[in-house]
Design a binder for this molecule. Sequence first.
Ligand SMILES: [Zn+2]
Length: 352
Amino acid sequence: MNLRKRHLLFRLIIGVLLLALCHLLSLAQPKTYVPVLCYHGFSDDYKSGRGESYERFETLLKFLSENGYESCFPEDVVSNTKLLEKKVIFTFDDGSKSHVRAAQILDKYGFKGIFFVIPDRIRETDERFLTRGEIQLLAEHGHLIGAHGFQHKSMVDSVLELKASQESSKKILRTIVGERQHTISNFAFPFGYYNNQIVKQLRHEFKYLHTVNPGYWDGKSILIPRMLIDSHTNMEFYIDYIRGNTKFNPTASLVTEDGTTSDIVKFALNSEISLDKIELFSVSRDTSGQINVSHPLGNNLSLRENILEVNIKNHLRRYYSPDRRVISYALVSREDGAIKFLTCGHLQWVTQ
Ligand SMILES: [Zn+2]
């Protein structure tokens, strides 16, 4: 081997070693997952049972601000290689008129949010929804505008809703926010309902698809989990959720297709966990009327090798109304009373 060839070989070996080192370093760097909050309407009345009260919203923002938290957008999470420990994404669904005041509270604490409006319900005369001018104002204040379907119909049941969401939603919002946000890159599924086919079609139009699956976002998946906020749930639970991102480690991953119709759901476990600790958390109201609640899976759980099988049909029959056929869930365990998230997803099943 002549000197030139040796030199080339030496450079090649150094290159390979450097690549391997970079790979090891990226593996060694702890992943950080971002909590994502999902609000609907706001009111002054604590007990109205719908959405959240302005007072509780401000209390949480004050707490987060005092504890060094900052808001961010999906784009920041994707591009930021630094640790994202004290970051939160705020999202607001349905284009409610009450979001005008909610945005003022966000502005007061220096936070920004994503406002998902229903393109077909932007009215100048309807007291319930934001007007074009109000949406423009939100964008001017640095908030993002996203699409929430087209008419707010379940896309699993309506082909027209999917088609209009693909063809019209973005165009309508662009004419409102204009040059300020020429890409409308965020989309939230009406009711959080989706399946694989819907995801495949929408991913050509939108970069980020927001669900109501309770969990954390890794900055990689096109599907963004979100924690649904409800005024009947203790604030401590939401604080635990926000803080829990540093401890989050996706212990289980779905083997069964997400958004599928299935009675048995399979998960691959990548670390050991005691079966009797595993529960199913759901944002849906159970038969006792509770929301954001978790129930032990008990006998409806079995482990073969590292594959966890959940008889979801039996479990849901026990705790949920028989006419419910869609659920956004998280597989969780409990540690010192606090819920620890393992993974999350969305299911539909056939009722008989
Ligand atoms: Zn909605």
